[in-house]
Ligand binder design. Structure first.
Ligand SMILES: [Cu+2]
Length: 395
């Protein structure tokens, strides 16, 4: 009662200011939203495929260094180019196969706790994709799948992997060429003006299928080794254990339809293609149907399952070198999506998307902090120079 009497005695303008302040406090909720920021501190066992997954990154005593792209787009230096693997000439294929063999021999033989080892690539992907990482100060687990964190995460993962390969090969021009699994078309005639090679790309690239090389993975499904069996981009998880054998005449039209849905129909909006929002406080998303990006849950996931073996499961997929050729294609398709005709296809401009941060190991085993904003231009990243602070043992 005393408070009301006091309020009534105040001048009208002051009363109005009090009401306005009260409305602001009541009607606008405190902004809990903030971008996801990754820490490896507090890492716990993850969970996937009905099993506990032990995949925390190794202890790091160094300083985390922000990674800031150095180059401007008007750089005079030519862009490094990632090519479709089926379009390499025979000579290029042989050279590329030998380079992959050299690089993956080194990455497989590094000590297990070296963050550049192939083993630790696998661990890192597992940590980000099974709920092993935890939002700071909470017990809320993080998973980069089925949300707007997916494509930028994979772009940075492939980017740092490519730098590590450049470094072990001592070849700053090395590019990670892509498995062009979406391409099942040979119907167009070669045309010198557009540079196409007019070879289908939907078989597992031969450079990854030579059992004498370090990029080979014997535990892939038999399907991956058949030179006349295209990848099935509509394969569903229930078919993983015993998938029907679909021949090319059935699979190719299915693949065209699957890509059309992923890139054009379901991918006609930002949320549809990129995936749902994911902010501080949001729980780990386990709902691919309503939250996953259209390409993530279709062609991308099906290719993982179709190849099978380690590549078919989140906790082990990055132990197969084919992972990086596969995700190099996802990276390319995200880039291509912006330029498709029809609806305007744009990345989110939400600050909680642009400022989301990840941690990755670079070629010097330094932990680097990156954000989504810096991942959005593939051209800028293609200009990045790699440095050679470490000499690697030749094999
Ligand atoms: Cu993947």
């Amino acid at each position: 009662m005393a408070a009301i009497q006091f309020y009534s005695a105040l001048p009208g303008l002051v009363q109005l200011m009090i009401i306005f302040t009260w409305m602001v406090v009541i009607l606008i909720p405190p902004s809990a939203a903030a971008p996801i920021q990754i820490t490896f501190e507090g890492c716990i066992p993850g969970f996937a495929d009905n099993e506990t997954q032990y995949c925390c990154p190794p202890k790091y005593n160094g300083t985390i260094v922000d990674f800031i792209p150095e180059k401007e787009l008007n750089s005079s230096k030519p862009l490094r180019v990632r090519k479709a693997l089926q379009c390499l000439s025979e000579k290029e294929q042989l050279e590329y196969k030998a380079k992959l063999d050299r690089a993956y021999t080194i990455l497989r033989n590094l000590p297990e706790d070296d963050p550049r080892s192939l083993y630790q690539h696998c661990i890192l992907h597992c940590a980000y994709g099974t709920g092993a990482l935890v939002q700071p100060g909470t017990n809320i687990t993080i998973d980069i799948h089925f949300s707007w964190l997916f494509y930028p995460f994979q772009r940075w993962f492939v980017f740092f992997h490519e730098r590590i390969l450049q470094n072990v090969l001592e070849d700053p021009e090395f590019s990670l060429h892509f498995w062009n699994w979406d391409n099942g078309a040979t119907v167009r005639k070669p045309n010198s003006s557009d540079g196409g090679c007019y070879k289908v790309g939907h078989f597992v690239p031969q450079v990854y299928n030579d059992s004498s090389t370090a990029q080979y993975e014997a535990k892939r499904s038999y399907r991956a080794f058949m030179s006349d069996l295209p990848v099935d981009l509509s394969m569903i998880p229930e078919e993983r254990a015993d998938p029907p054998l679909r021949t090319a005449d059935v699979v190719v039209p299915r693949n065209v339809a699957s890509m059309y849905v992923a890139m054009m129909l379901n991918g006609s909006t930002t949320r549809g293609f990129i995936g749902g929002e994911y902010r501080v406080g949001d729980t780990q998303v386990l709902d691919p149907l309503t939250r996953g990006g259209s390409l993530e849950v279709r062609g991308h996931a099906s290719a993982h399952w179709w190849v099978g073996g380690p590549l078919g499961l989140v906790p082990t997929s990055a132990s197969d070198p084919l992972f990086f050729a596969h995700h190099s294609n996802v990276d390319r398709l995200w880039n291509n999506w912006h330029n498709l005709p029809g609806a305007e296809r744009k990345d989110y401009d939400d600050p909680d998307f642009l400022n989301a941060e990840y941690l990755f190991w670079d070629e010097t085993a330094t932990l680097r902090r990156v954000n989504v904003r810096d991942s959005l231009s593939i051209e800028v990243l293609a200009l990045e120079e790699v440095h050679f602070p470490t000499r690697w043992n030749k094999v």
